[in-house]
Write a protein that binds this ligand. Structure first.
Ligand SMILES: Cc1cc2nc3c(=O)[nH]c(=O)nc-3n(C[C@H](O)[C@H](O)[C@H](O)COP(=O)(O)O)c2cc1C
Length: 176
C-alpha cells in the first residue's frame, strides 16, 4: 500500500466512520523482540489535549493486549481496506494468548519509524503513538445508567491517550 507521511495539521479523518464502520487495529509491543500483539478496536476518539494531537483508545483488562499496553510506552493504530475485513474479525474475536492470530490474518508486520510496535504493510493508515495518559473508567461516574450494560463482567475499560508521533496514510487522509 502506498502511504506518505502526513503532518498533523494536514491530517484528515472521519472519526465516526473510521472507528464505528471501518475499525482500527491496535498493536502494542516490540517488533524486534517479536513480543507484540494486535486487537481490533472500534471505540475511541481523535483530538487535541495539552496542545498535543492524540488518539484515545479503550482496552478491557481481560484482553491480552492490555498487558502490552500497560508495559509498553508506545503503540500503533492501523486502518485497513474492505478486503481485510476478515483479518479484523480474527484480530477482534481471537486472543493472542491462544495462538498466533496475526499470522492467521496473513497481514505483514512492518517496522515503525518512531515506535517499537509494528504497523502493517497492507494498511491505508498507520499512526504511531506514545502513551501520555491513562485512567480507568469509574462506574460510579457513569451518568447514563445504560452505560453499565456494556460491563456484565465488570471489566471496565482502561483509557489510554496516545500522543500522535507520526502519521502515514494514503491520499484520502491528507488535505494536501
Ligand atoms: C469491531 C470490534 C471492535 C472492538 N473494539 C474493542 C475496543 O475498543 N476495546 C476492547 O477492549 N476490545 C474491543 N474489541 C474486542 C477485542 O478486539 C477482542 O476481545 C480481541 O480478541 C482481544 O484480543 P487479545 O486478547 O489478543 O488482546 C473489539 C472487537 C471487535 C470485533
Amino acid at each position: 500500500m502506498k502511504r506518505k507521511p502526513i503532518d498533523f495539521p494536514e491530517f484528515q479523518v472521519q472519526p465516526f466512520s473510521l472507528l464505528s464502520r471501518q475499525w482500527l487495529v491496535l498493536t502494542s509491543g516490540d517488533l524486534k523482540t517479536g513480543r507484540y500483539n494486535s486487537m481490533t478496536v472500534a471505540w475511541g476518539s481523535f483530538g487535541v489535549m495539552w496542545n498535543r494531537p492524540f488518539v484515545q483508545v479503550v482496552v478491557r483488562p481481560t484482553r491480552y493486549t492490555f498487558e502490552f499496553m500497560n508495559r509498553c510506552p508506545t503503540f500503533t493504530l492501523c486502518a485497513l481496506g474492505k478486503k481485510y475485513r476478515e483479518a479484523l474479525q480474527i484480530l477482534g474475536t481471537r486472543s493472542g494468548r491462544d495462538g498466533n492470530k496475526i499470522a492467521e490474518t496473513g497481514l505483514t508486520p512492518i517496522p515503525s519509524t518512531r515506535v517499537e510496535a509494528p504497523g502493517f504493510a497492507e494498511a491505508q493508515l498507520i499512526i504511531e503513538l506514545r502513551k501520555m495518559y491513562w485512567d480507568d473508567f469509574k462506574p460510579e461516574q457513569f451518568l447514563n445508567p445504560a452505560i453499565e450494560e456494556n460491563y456484565p463482567q465488570k471489566d471496565y475499560h482502561r483509557v489510554f491517550y496516545g500522543e500522535i508521533l507520526a502519521i502515514f496514510g494514503t491520499g484520502e487522509f491528507s488535505i494536501i
